[in-house]
Ligand binder design. Structure first.
Ligand code: FAD
Ligand code: FES
Length: 283
């Protein structure tokens, strides 16, 4: 696997030194998830690719990795969609616009969009996996002429947990997007499709050699989505997926994210499926 530059921001800086950034907007997405708009000092661009992540630090609490949810085409600030699960995310949930947070990054091997240029882009996002995939979706939407079809398959446990409802409604109406959604269990009033995300895949008309898929979701989803895509005949080399692994340093030094020879924080989190298949055999 090709070793990526560890730090691909606009200018080289100390890898371990967080830069103090400002939260400029806080938007509650659901009871658990919040979207933060963050500005670096002087409005400096983060300089990220879709699929990359930053390390967020809160004074006296600690540091945690979060995917960048906004597209690099949307300039001046960036967005993080955070699920409240524990100590750091609980404290962050109380933050209001004006609060400072430490940012290191962008880190990781994001999506090489040049491999998607001219192709039909199939996004498969489960649950909070839509947070990083939204960066790629908006990248394609902002540079629409450079790509073929944009097919979005989104699955969630329940309709009450669907993220970014305004954007979902816009994609549904947008003739440039083929948007499909399903929920495991619909609440009363849900008139959409129910069933797991793989139920969306058999019905898709795909131009297989010209389609590139990007998957992000809970670990259990990957195996079944990959099986379904293979069943449709999509070549493995056309499939990319974002792996989440426990991380500390984010820059290939501590080994927390290591799987055999690969450091997910550096070589991933986005991998081409044949590289993951090799890893699984080796484990
Ligand atoms: C590359 C990458 C990108 C990520 N992007 C996002 C994102 O966009 N939005 C988001 O909400 N979260 C994301 N995460 C997960 C996020 O880093 C964790 O939720 C966060 O570290 C939890 O910190 P905490 O102090 O609130 O929870 P803790 O108190 O540390 O843990 C609370 C609970 O969450 C579990 N947990 C903690 N970290 C992880 C993890 N990495 N994977 C699975 N379970 C975990 C713990 O086992 C515990 O049960 C990402 C993780 C990685 C590695
Ligand atoms: S998180 Fe430290 S090596 Fe990857």
């Amino acid at each position: 696997m090709e070793q990526q530059t560890q730090f691909s921001g606009a200018e080289p800086r100390e890898l371990y030194l967080p830069e103090m950034a400002t939260i400029t907007e806080v938007r509650r997405l659901t009871d658990l998830e919040t979207l933060y708009t963050v500005e670096l000092p002087g409005g400096r661009e983060l300089g990220h690719k879709p699929g990359q992540f930053v390390e967020v630090s809160l004074y006296g609490i600690g540091e945690a990795p979060f995917s960048i949810s906004s597209s690099p085409t949307r300039r001046g600030s960036f967005e993080l969609g955070v699920r409240r699960v524990g100590q750091l995310t609980e404290v962050l949930a109380g933050y209001v616009p004006g609060r400072k947070i430490g940012i290191r990054g962008p880190f990781g091997n994001g999506i090489d969009v040049s491999k998607f240029t001219g192709k039909d882009v199939l996004i498969i996002a489960g649950g909070i996996g839509l947070v990083p995939m939204r960066s790629m979706i908006n990248y394609v939407l902002d540079r629409r002429d450079e790509f073929g079809r944009l097919i979005i398959c989104y699955g969630s446990r329940s309709d009450s947990e669907l993220l970014f409802p305004d954007e979902l409604a816009a994609w549904e109406k947008d003739p440039r997007v083929e948007y499909h959604v399903t929920v495991d269990r619909g609440t009363e009033g849900w008139t959409g499709r129910t069933g797991v995300i793989t139920t969306l895949l058999p019905g898709l008309a795909l131009d297989l050699p010209n389609t590139v898929a990007c998957i992000c979701g809970p670990p259990v989803m990957y195996r079944f989505v990959v099986m379904a895509l293979r069943g449709r005949g999509l070549p493995d080399q056309n499939v990319y997926m974002s792996l989440e692994r426990r991380m500390k340093c984010g820059v290939g030094k501590c080994g927390h994210c290591q799987i055999n020879h690969t450091y997910v924080c550096q070589d991933g989190p986005v991998y081409n499926l044949p590289d993951i298949a090799k890893l699984r055999e080796a484990l």
